[in-house]
Design a protein around this ligand. Structure first.
Ligand code: FPP
Length: 224
């Protein structure tokens, strides 16, 4: 059975779900947050140490302002209401991506990271304003400034995902088969599952089915 230390998820399909069932994309995001909570609980049950959630990409700024504002309000309320609970559950929160938000949100994100920084049961990486190409450019720039060799070890050390294992498993919901500029370096050897269901419809049973299938895959890492 394969060990499972890190699951990454592209939570796609909120908008389509919202339009289909509630005639509103934003209602889909609200329902998507319920799935986030379910999946966090299930991740703990499965004793997985890292969960990386793609919540907002560098490209998502191109969406209508009303939707972007709704998403960030949702995030802000989620953190304000749930950070104490996450902390009590011994969960560490880390933000991936560049924190170029309102001073209020930046402060909230920093406070949440600081408050939970010593926690050890599960680390949740929330990818916000995240793009893998920009993360890689940042790593190369740091390597140049430090005047150190360009090699695998130094690149890993200068990515935002330093100090964590690469994802063993990537799940993308929403019936779309692409990586959308997410963890391009870190996903080199991950097992990838494209799920037909839209994110708000994705539940614990679906998650456990994928985990079970993942556990039984023969992972070669280039060997035979
Ligand atoms: C992609 O679906 C989803 C997003 C861009 C936002 C993800 C956000 C959440 C799941 C809720 C907020 C999360 C937190 C942690 C506060 P889409 O809108 O691109 O769906 P579509 O492909 O159907 O349009």
């Amino acid at each position: 059975m394969n060990p499972l230390n890190h699951v990454a998820i592209i939570m796609d399909g909120n908008g389509r779900w919202g339009i289909k069932y509630k005639k509103s994309r934003n209602a889909g995001h609200k329902a998507g947050l319920k799935s986030v909570e379910k999946i966090i609980r299930e991740t703990i049950k499965n004793k997985i140490k890292f969960l990386t959630l793609f919540a907002f990409s560098t490209e998502n700024w191109k969406r209508p302002k009303k939707e972007v504002n709704y998403l960030f309000n949702l995030l802000e309320n989620f953190l304000i209401n749930k950070i104490e609970d996450l902390h009590k559950k011994n969960i560490k929160l880390k933000i991936l991506g560049s924190k170029k938000f309102s001073p209020r949100l930046n402060k909230l994100l920093n406070n949440c990271e600081k408050k939970t920084s010593k926690n050890s049961r599960l680390q949740i990486n929330l990818a916000l304003n995240y793009g893998s190409k920009s993360e890689l450019i940042g790593a190369f720039k740091r390597i140049k400034i430090k005047n150190i060799n360009i090699n695998e070890k130094n690149i890993i050390k200068n990515l935002q995902t330093q100090n964590m294992p690469d994802p063993d498993l990537l799940i993308r919901t929403g019936n779309t088969k692409r990586l959308s500029n997410f963890l391009l370096w870190q996903l080199a050897y991950s097992e990838i599952f494209f799920e037909k269901k839209l994110w708000p419809a994705f539940n614990s049973k679906d998650y456990n089915r994928i985990i079970k299938e993942y556990r039984n895959i023969k992972r070669n890492f280039g060997k035979i």
